[in-house]
Design a protein around this ligand. Structure first.
Ligand code: DGY
Length: 326
């Protein structure tokens, strides 16, 4: 039996390579430069499996270029880079990596929250600059985190992991989601439901954890920032386009909110110059970037590919319709 041919747009990690290499012939893109679109379309032509990143669009164009493709395995939980209906129309499985990155991403949302509240970016710059003149009473005074109100927009696995961490800071936890959590979950996490408006009005820290969907694109814009407290901070580790960045810059400039800490942007890797301000903390899409978690994500993607190409249902199938057709 010929071994299935796979394209991986990254060299992955050894553990993930072992999973793939055991059953497949893998073309790993190893250049430090990202694979460009033309090269991706060329290399995927004869492949049955694709292991890809959220920076690569799996759309009709790619699917048309890859007539043998059976699976596109994203190394990310978010899959807005994959046109799932287009995959379904062609019988191609689409998979993602849910669950393994929840705690790591929640850690990072807290990293950003603490950093923006306590002005660590500015402090670090001063400490490294050679201009620090020593302790001073009013130097870089930030905002207390403990005892404040944490608002969580999107109360899925990651939002809940963020909520769980708030207990140590004796915070009041509010959430908004399209679906109410069960009473048991609310009790366990000491979280109270609020409608979207009330969440905006009451939160001292608003942490965003919704997926990017048509309904969430631009969810936070001028009118929403106008409802927030002028002392409030916005934290985003979900997807950039959930926030209208131009409106955010305006809100920051005009003091509608106190600051923002962002890991994701509307047009990555471009970062709007207006976001580069003292009252923002900016990270380059790192929330799941611990070696342990990124290794697990890569292994999950590899397992999805191997399952599909050995006749088993991929564990993280996003379009189960294609499986029923088998
Ligand atoms: C995801 O998984 O969707 C992240 O944005 C990358 O970890």
């Amino acid at each position: 039996m010929p071994r299935p041919k796979i394209l991986s747009t990254r060299p992955l990690f050894e553990a993930a390579r072992r999973i793939l290499d055991a059953t497949c012939d893998v073309d790993y893109w190893t250049s430090p430069e990202r694979i460009n679109r033309a090269e991706l379309l060329r290399r995927v032509q004869d492949k049955e499996g694709l292991v890809c990143l959220l920076t690569e669009k799996v759309n009709d164009e790619l699917l048309a270029a890859a007539p043998k493709l059976c699976i596109a395995a994203n190394i990310a939980v978010g899959f807005d880079n994959i046109d799932v209906p287009a995959c379904t129309r062609r019988g191609v499985a689409a998979t993602n990596t849910p669950g393994v990155l929840d705690e790591t991403t929640a850690d990072f949302a807290w990293t950003l929250l603490m950093a923006v509240a306590r002005r660590i970016g500015e402090g670090e710059q001063l400490a490294r600059s050679g201009n620090w003149k020593g302790w001073d009473l009013d130097q870089l005074c930030g905002t207390d985190v403990w005892g404040k109100t944490l608002g969580i927009l999107g109360f899925g696995r990651i939002g809940r992991a963020v909520a769980r961490r708030a207990a140590g800071f004796r915070m009041k936890v509010l959430y908004h989601d399209a679906m109410h959590a069960t009473e048991a979950a609310e009790r366990e996490l000491h979280a109270e439901y609020r409608d979207f408006n009330a969440l905006l009005v009451e939160s001292d820290f608003l942490s965003v954890h919704v997926p990017l969907l048509a309904e969430t694109r631009g969810l936070l814009s001028g009118p929403q920032f106008a409802r927030m407290k002028p002392t409030a901070f916005l934290i985003n580790t979900s997807r950039g386009p959930v926030i209208d960045e131009a409106a955010l810059v305006h809100a920051l400039e005009t003091g509608k909110i106190a600051g923002a800490a962002l890991d994701v942007y509307e047009n990555e890797p471009f970062i709007l110059p207006g976001l580069k301000r003292p009252n923002t903390v900016l990270a380059p899409h790192l929330a799941s970037a611990s070696l342990e978690t990124r290794t697990k994500m890569a292994c999950m993607a590899a397992e999805n590919v191997v399952a599909m190409l050995t006749g088993k249902r991929p564990p993280n199938l996003l379009n189960p319709e294609i499986w029923k057709e088998r």
